[in-house]
Ligand binder design. Structure first.
Ligand code: C2E
Ligand code: CA
Ligand code: CA
Ligand code: CA
Length: 277
């Protein structure tokens, strides 16, 4: 067992567990999967609670794997992050997202797309430049692109992440803090970051939905967010009662199955037209 430590991790060994082998498989296949069109981006609407307007969508990745079928990101993203292969996926989702925004603009639809970033992108000093040229290439106004980053991704290497987030923000891109209410959630670090939006974690919203009278955390995040001049988003909204409770607390934006599941781009377009018809 001790000897295995100094072997490279990407070498297959029969002693590896099924899970470890599968993760190794994912990481070695990702580039090919992208080139082969197995990686799809689904879109889930972000909706203004005050106007009911669809402001944009979050891009959520799906892998149509030839052997394992449709894979949710939680199954393969952690392995890609650990092995440093997440970059190719991030670039692919960014590319698709910008294409989508440009396509909407051609149809006179002005909506934003939010792309999830992992800690790796926040450690890559070349990333802001890549984003800048991708924006120019697609002719997309930077304010229509949002990056969602988790607190833990920022805190993993804070000194490295901060200037990169700052440069992204300087491009005019919007910065959103994902899964807020879990992890650090410290006021101090929100103050240090150029943040435009916070998203209350889905788990917190689920608890809130279970007992909306007990709204302590949601109330606190809304108060904190609004004091700092931030837009506050609630994700994972599944029922009208939760929506109504969020309206009375003056939450800004909602996202969840109540409105729509994440959809392929064409289905998202159909959902949009059926809503406005
Ligand atoms: P997340 O960013 O917190 O995304 C929200 C997750 O909640 C999504 O799961 C979404 O499908 C799900 N969701 C949305 N509304 C509801 C609802 O009303 N009820 C319930 N029960 N769930 C809801 P999904 O698509 O499986 O993504 C899981 C996570 O994978 C994401 O969590 C995000 O952290 C990560 N992820 C997805 N796409 C990407 C990507 O392109 N890059 C990176 N780095 N991470 C990604
Ligand atoms: Ca997210
Ligand atoms: Ca989240
Ligand atoms: Ca999450």
């Amino acid at each position: 067992v001790a000897r295995s430590v100094d072997r490279p991790v990407h070498v297959y060994r029969p002693s590896m567990g099924v899970e470890a082998r599968r993760q190794l498989e994912f990481t070695s296949q990702i580039r090919e999967a992208i080139a082969d069109g197995q990686i799809h981006v689904h879109y889930q609407p972000k909706i203004s609670l005050s106007s009911g307007q669809v402001l944009g969508a979050e891009a959520l990745v799906r892998w149509q794997h030839p052997h394992y079928g449709a894979l949710r990101p939680d199954v393969f993203i952690p392995a890609l992050e650990r092995t440093g292969r997440i970059g190719a996926l991030t670039e692919h989702v960014l590319e698709q997202g910008l294409r989508t925004i440009a396509g909407w603009l051609e149809q006179q639809v002005r909506m934003s797309v939010a792309v999830n970033l992992s800690a790796r992108s926040l450690a890559d000093s070349g990333f802001p430049e890549l984003v800048g040229s991708a924006l120019r290439e697609h002719g997309v106004p930077p304010e229509l692109l949002t990056f969602e980053l988790t607190e833990s991704a920022v805190m993993e290497d804070r000194d490295r992440a901060l200037p990169i987030v700052q440069r992204l923000h300087d491009l005019g891109v919007r910065i959103s803090i994902d899964d807020f209410g879990t992890g650090y959630s410290s006021l101090a670090y929100l103050r240090d970051l150029p943040v435009d939006e916070v998203k209350i974690d889905r788990g917190c919203i689920a608890e809130f939905a279970g007992s909306p009278g007990d709204s302590g955390l949601v109330r606190t995040v809304l108060a904190l967010g609004h004091t700092l001049g931030l837009v506050v988003v609630a994700e994972g909204v599944e029922d009208p009662q939760t929506r109504d409770a969020l309206i009375s607390l003056e939450c800004d934006i909602v996202q969840g199955y109540l409105y729509s599941r994440p959809l392929p781009l064409d289905a998202f377009g159909e959902w949009l037209t059926s809503r406005t018809r």
